[in-house]
Design a protein around this ligand. Structure first.
Ligand code: PRX
Length: 653
């Protein structure tokens, strides 16, 4: 387990009790939180069953809370029927029809306010447009959009008619998009001509065309939203403008009754092997935890302006943009662009102009904005903020303190939320009016979530010792399976402990007070700027280059991105002098960007004659990680087949 991390977080012992002003208005106080924990401990199923009745409008009520007869394929609220979009929109019409649902801001500065009534209408019209294109319940729809309101409308429209959406992040390449389309066998793709990001126009439709140019036979229709007006080509008979597809469609669209466990969406994420996995989520269970965590962790209230900065291409942009805020009738900000356009004050400017009260972002953004200096946020009025959140990777205490001091002005609690694409919603996180926070710890598991740190045998591990992070009881928003691959689901998440505990893939420790400290992944998954990337995915991309014989990729600590990508490459030709070849490096970086997306570009590439392998041919990644960090190699290397290669990799030969 990661000893270095244990050392650095063990030294962190600052504590921050909830501030009084917050405490007075919060929904969850110590007393009702204790009651929730007690109820969950007493009867796990009744606990979730009661919440599901309370929080979700059912078309047909469920009679069984949890079907565990085919574990680990757990089904929650099995015989109940409901519709997620109904619960997000129609439900709000009674009291919140004129309340703003979305405050959208484009990167160029255009602002649009959409009320719940308007959003409901827009979703209905677009849902009818999808139906007119032949989309029916159970069909897959791939969404490849910029971060604009229409991405949310497209997702909600799919949910309304029972189509399964799969959003692909707009930064992914044509190749990555094609793999996902082919795995889902999608019938329709929804995209835009382009999106504004980083001061540039991202040519989404052109990339989509490339993805479709070879394979992807299942796609019959491409619906294109006009966002940037950039030049694109529309293929006759396949492509249709969004506004044309909407022509003549009614603002009435009945929400399709869905079984609780019918898939709401697929979202691809990286694992230890080369191909990304389509994480399949349910309808009712997923929605329930999106709602409960909006209340418990974000303390969402009537007057809040909630802003989660995540893109809809990631799970955070599903649960805390498209579903959680709408299902709780919140007003939320949606921003199209990057935090540094026109300058590093953009986030704070948006917070101040739109009166954001709850702000949720990733440590990588916090670190980048921290580097830009305290003067920038000080130019803006951040007095509306009352709660701050962090997600995606461990937040280092220094960034936590800056967030607390400069952005939260020592007034706002910070909720460091641990969860995953697979968990659907927050699992381990502070309850802001109750939990004493410690910089760098995601604190305690939420009510009804049985998280633990265990050894190989599944026994809880001693205080401050690293172990496997597991969830010992099923929870409503849990992953249902990997799309089309039940066996991989079982092998990946339930491989040990008699298949009874969900294996998160993270290592963690618990301190004297039972607080969780996440230490890093136990598999070959990197976390670069909060984005999950499989080392094998990047290795396969590199190995696909005609000049490359073999490649190994490891993570290296990075002060802004959390981790950077370090690649060791064996070329088919001779090794360049000193293991450095700038021209080849530029070419390989561009190649990986083309194969996967710019987020997967290696930061460093070192060339070698060979890679350190055991006699059975396994690459010794531990050694490669140590070399990338510039550490001395202390472990025994005598079992290596080619021990001498280490000197070359270290630049000593
Ligand atoms: O390693 C953990 C890290 O991100 C992984 C999940 O990545 P993904 O599925 O892309 O979802 C990210 C957004 C939910 C986890 O296995 N991670 C996520 N949140 C935290 C974290 N590590 C430490 N602290 C967190 N708060």
């Amino acid at each position: 387990m990661a000893q270095n991390n244990i050392q650095s977080t063990l030294m962190e012992n600052r504590q921050f009790p909830p501030c009084e002003s917050f405490y007075k208005t919060a929904t969850l106080t110590p007393k009702n939180l204790d009651a929730l924990y007690a109820k969950a401990a007493e009867d796990h199923e009744a606990f979730w069953g009661d919440l599901a009745k309370q929080e979700i409008d059912w078309i047909k009520p469920f009679t069984k809370v949890l079907d565990d007869s085919n574990a680990p394929f757990y089904k929650w609220f099995v015989d109940g029927e409901m519709n997620v979009s109904y619960n997000c929109l129609d439900k709000q019409l009674a009291e919140n029809a004129d309340k703003t649902a979305i405050i959208f801001e484009g990167e160029p500065g255009d602002v649009q306010h959409i009320t719940y009534r308007e959003l409901h209408q827009k979703v209905c019209v677009f849902a009818n447009a999808l139906k007119a294109q032949g989309v029916t319940k159970g069909d897959r729809v791939v969404i490849y959009m910029p971060m604009i309101s229409e991405a949310i409308i497209a997702m909600q429209a799919c949910a309304r008619i029972g189509a399964i959406h799969s959003v692909v992040f707009g930064g992914f390449s044509a190749g990555a998009l094609k793999d996902r389309i082919e795995d889902t066998q999608a019938k329709v793709m929804i995209t835009a001509d382009g999106g504004h990001r980083g001061g540039k126009t991202i040519p989404l439709k052109n990339t989509a065309d490339q993805a479709l140019s070879d394979g992807c036979e299942t796609i019959q229709t491409v619906i294109v939203f006009k966002r940037c007006g950039n030049d694109i080509t529309m293929q006759q008979g396949r492509d249709i403008w969004w506004h044309d597809a909407e022509q003549g469609q009614s603002t009435d669209c009945k929400a399709e009754p869905m079984r609780a466990s019918d898939p709401l969406f697929l979202l691809y994420t990286s694992g230890s092997t080369g191909t990304p996995k389509g994480i399949q989520h349910s309808s009712a269970g997923y929605l329930l935890n999106a709602i409960t965590t909006m209340r418990w962790v974000f303390d969402i209230q009537e007057k809040d302006v909630f802003w989660c900065t995540a893109d809809v291409g990631w799970v955070t942009g599903h649960t805390y943009v498209t579903y959680g805020p709408l299902a709780t009738g919140a007003t939320m900000v949606v921003y199209e662009g990057v935090p540094t356009v026109p300058d590093a004050g953009r986030f704070w400017d948006i917070c101040s102009r739109h009166g954001v009260t709850i702000f949720y972002t990733a440590p990588t953004a916090i670190r980048a904005l921290m580097k830009a200096g305290d003067d920038i946020p000080r130019r803006y009025d951040l007095s509306h903020l009352r709660l701050l959140g962090s997600v995606g990777e461990p937040i280092n205490p220094e960034a936590w303190m800056w967030y607390h001091r400069v952005i939260g002005q020592e007034r706002c609690p910070i909720v460091d939320t641990w969860w995953q694409t697979e968990t659907g919603a927050h699992m381990i996180a502070p309850v802001p009016a109750v939990t004493v926070t410690k910089p760098g710890s995601c604190t305690r598991a939420l009510p009804g979530i049985d998280a633990a740190v265990v050894d190989e045998q599944g026994q809880e591990i001693e205080t401050n010792q690293g172990g496997y992070l597991v969830i010992r009881k099923p929870w409503p928003a849990m992953i249902q399976t990997i799309w089309g691959d039940d066996q991989r689901y079982k092998d990946t998440y339930w491989p040990y402990f008699d298949g009874k505990y969900y294996l998160a893939g993270d290592s963690a420790r618990r301190d004297e007070e039972g607080y969780f400290w996440i230490m890093g992944r136990i598999d070959d998954v990197l976390n670069v700027s909060g984005h999950r990337l499989g080392t094998m995915e990047i290795e396969s991309a590199l190995a696909a280059h005609p000049a490359v014989a073999e490649a190994a990729v490891v993570g290296k600590p990075h002060d802004i991105k959390g981790e950077s990508i370090f690649a060791y490459v064996v070329l088919k030709a001779e090794r360049p002098e000193n293991g450095i070849d700038d021209e080849m490096t530029n070419e390989l970086r561009a190649w990986v960007a083309k194969q996967i997306g710019a987020i997967a570009k290696p930061d460093d590439i070192r060339y070698a004659d060979n890679l350190p392998k055991t006699r059975s041919g396994k690459i010794m990644r531990r050694l490669l990680r140590a070399i990338a960090k510039g550490e001395e190699i202390t472990q025994d290397t005598s079992t290596l087949e080619n021990e001498s290669i280490l000197l070359q990799l270290q630049g000593k030969a």
